[in-house]
Design a protein around this ligand. Structure first.
Ligand SMILES: O=C(O)CCC(=O)C(=O)O
Length: 388
């Protein structure tokens, strides 16, 4: 069954919290749409990202770019993501997919496919990911007969999907990355979140950064940002929620925020609302999270993040997405080849578009051609993620 199709046998009941949740979703959506941080990507006469967009991003910690991906690109993404889901390990650690074929990622050393109990919270209140999700979210009861676990996330996604790789090379999005993080911006990591109706797991409230919180040089952009491109759009019920402005307030005590609210429904948070093809930019320092998906809508987010070079160069980090290491210039350069491959993959599919010129690899663009040798070259590429 296609990812977008609704299976009537799943549960769309948020349980004892249903009424409070419905009111919270409605209020949050209205407040989100009144913030004024959404619209097409715009550049000024000198080719710089429009100042009002940057101002809103730095003030609120997120912005929704509307209409970035067209119908062709969305169709490519849907085909690829459907295929990856079909070819994923049938359960955590399995070597075969649901059809008994060798599963994708079975020969990867880096972490790839992640599984959770339907409507569960795999991170909240655990020590996983450096313990950065302190409070468990409410876990609605899945329908009788639901599988014990569902795949909700895969990492290293650019090696599994050319369509995701081409989104990664989108010229306007890369220009936004340069405007926010500087022309010498670097990769972080890439992921695809798959939240099926009546199944999709929650992601407990958290702030993403783990390294620089105590640095005297910490500012609102130190831990970079994620782009969140939406295949089917996202709603208050199935999307990511953000506490506006929290990215600029340092490390916050999330357990205290939840205790003060009396529930996981943080009163200041708002949902990121997107149509298919919209791409949100979300500051990694912002308090954010998502609820179990008891809506009737599938959410597929193509996630990819970027850093300032100064935040990763010669920094000792890792342990969440990749093994602990010092990120020297050679590693950053090698990891950055994904940007160069992505630009070339996009040029081949959309020849009328003006490709982005990535400054750190400008002297060797001819070297990075997207072909079979490149495909082999990026196997397990996310071992070199630049997680901070
Ligand atoms: O997509 C989600 O539900 C969670 C995303 C998230 O927490 C992240 O990208 O850091």
């Amino acid at each position: 069954m296609s990812l977008a199709a609704f299976d009537a046998s799943v549960s769309t009941d948020y349980g004892a919290e249903q009424a409070a949740m419905s009111a919270y979703l409605r209020r949050g959506e209205a407040r989100a749409l009144a913030l004024g941080n959404r619209g097409p990507i715009r550049f000024d006469a000198d080719g710089r990202l429009a100042a009002d967009i940057l101002e809103a991003y730095w003030r609120l910690g997120f912005y929704v770019f509307t209409g970035v991906l067209g119908a062709d690109e969305l169709a490519d993404l849907e085909r690829d993501i459907d295929s990856v889901v079909e070819r994923a390990p049938v359960r955590a650690g399995a070597a075969v997919d649901a059809h008994g074929r060798p599963a994708l990622g079975r020969d990867c050393q880096a972490p790839t496919f992640f599984y959770a109990r339907p409507l569960g919270d795999p991170f909240g209140g655990t020590a996983l990911a450096n313990g950065r999700h302190p409070v468990r979210m409410f876990e609605p009861t899945p329908a009788p007969g639901a599988p014990a676990e569902v795949m909700y996330l895969f990492l290293g996604s650019l090696q599994f999907s050319d369509a995701c790789l081409r989104v990664y090379g989108h010229p306007d999005l890369l220009a936004v990355a340069a405007a926010v993080n500087g022309e010498d911006f670097t990769p972080f990591n890439e992921a695809v979140w798959v939240k099926k109706p009546g199944m999709g797991a929650s992601v407990a409230w958290h702030q993403d950064g783990v390294t620089h919180w105590d640095s005297p040089a910490l500012d609102a952009g130190t831990h970079g940002f994620n782009f969140m491109a939406q295949l089917y759009g996202c709603t208050a019920a199935n999307g990511v929620w953000v506490v506006p402005g929290s990215h600029a307030r340092g490390k916050l005590d999330i357990a205290a925020l939840v205790a003060a609210a009396g529930s996981e429904r943080l009163p200041d948070a708002v949902p990121i609302i997107c149509a298919p093809g919209d791409v949100a930019i979300c500051n990694r320092q912002a308090v954010h999270g998502s609820f179990a998906n008891t809506s009737r809508d599938t959410r597929v987010t193509i996630n990819f993040g970027f850093h300032r070079r100064a935040s990763v160069l010669d920094v000792a980090a890792g342990g969440v997405h990749n093994a602990p290491a010092v990120y020297d210039a050679a590693r950053i350069r090698r990891r950055s080849r994904l940007i160069a491959y992505a630009i070339d993959a996009r040029r081949q599919r959309f020849p009328d578009e003006r490709p982005y010129a990535y400054q750190p690899l400008a002297d060797e663009t001819a070297r990075w051609r997207w072909n079979d040798a490149a495909r082999a070259d990026i196997h397990d590429y996310n071992l070199l993620d630049l997680s901070i």
